[in-house]
Design a protein around this ligand. Structure first.
Ligand code: ZN
Length: 254
């Protein structure tokens, strides 16, 4: 049973078909890992905490800098210089004190993997291929759904990898490791609200996965161009030669 306070706080989503009190209880019992508390991780963490996801594990090694405030909406002037996970914790606790928040440094892969084993969904809000490939390997190995998002310049993309389904592709099916060329927001720029759109879609996909409602972006890559505001969807198929998800033994090496 939801308490009177919970019913009031979550009333606008409890009335939705497919959620109700049982869906809200699912969210309250859910645990999500958010890796990266930047432009994507900010809206993801805020929306998941606001929706009442019971436990959030936050991982990031970085500190808040002034140029981050243009798009990383969870951070404030007051927390410039602080660790991003600490800054995010303050914001999340003031938004919804009931959410349990665990902080990870994001640099210790063993610690990250240990946390990852305990969660229901992983949200990849990182900004570099190294971290993305590592998270993907762990997601495949531990069969945890991975909500992947990226944003740069005026463009964004979102997809869901769900290794619980043997037909689902993984990040490495989409981006073979050898072809990955790094492009950063520092080099190329980004409009903050574009990161906000992508993060909001990631939060929505995460909530759908937790609730078991609708159809996720599994096997589909959503591409958006904010200049034309055209959204396109392309199929992502499992690569039969993917060294990670198509090989029985796997080459597990996070
Ligand atoms: Zn694969």
């Amino acid at each position: 049973m939801l308490s009177k306070e919970q019913l009031e706080r979550y009333s606008r989503q409890v009335v939705l078909p497919g959620i109700g009190e049982s869906g809200q209880r699912r969210l309250l019992e859910a645990k999500v890992l958010i890796v990266g508390l930047g432009g994507l991780g900010s809206p993801v963490a805020l929306y998941l905490a606001a929706a009442g996801v019971g436990q959030l594990v936050l991982a990031d090694f970085d500190r808040v800098n002034i140029p981050d405030l243009q798009r990383q909406i969870i951070h404030r002037m007051e927390t410039v210089g602080e660790l991003k996970v600490q800054s995010a914790l303050l914001a999340l606790k003031s938004l919804n004190p009931a959410v349990e928040v665990t902080l990870l440094s994001g640099q210790n892969l063993e610690e990250l993997e240990c946390a990852l084993k305990q969660v229901d969904v992983i949200v990849d809000c990182t900004d570099n291929f190294g971290a993305r490939f590592s998270l993907n390997r762990m997601s495949v190995y531990h069969k945890k759904p991975l909500v992947s998002g990226a944003a740069i310049r005026m463009d964004g993309q979102v997809t869901v990898f769900d290794p619980r389904d043997p037909k689902s592709p993984c990040y490495q099916c989409l981006y073979p490791e050898v072809f990955a060329v790094q492009d950063t927001c520092q080099m190329s720029g980004i409009l903050g609200s574009v990161a906000g759109i992508v993060g909001s879609i990631q939060a929505t996909e995460t909530l759908k996965l937790l609730l078991g409602i609708g159809q996720t972006l599994k096997g589909k890559l959503l591409l958006l161009n904010a200049l034309t505001m055209v959204f396109r969807e392309v199929s992502v198929i499992k690569d039969p030669l993917c060294p990670l998800c198509s090989c029985q033994e796997g080459f597990y090496n996070p």
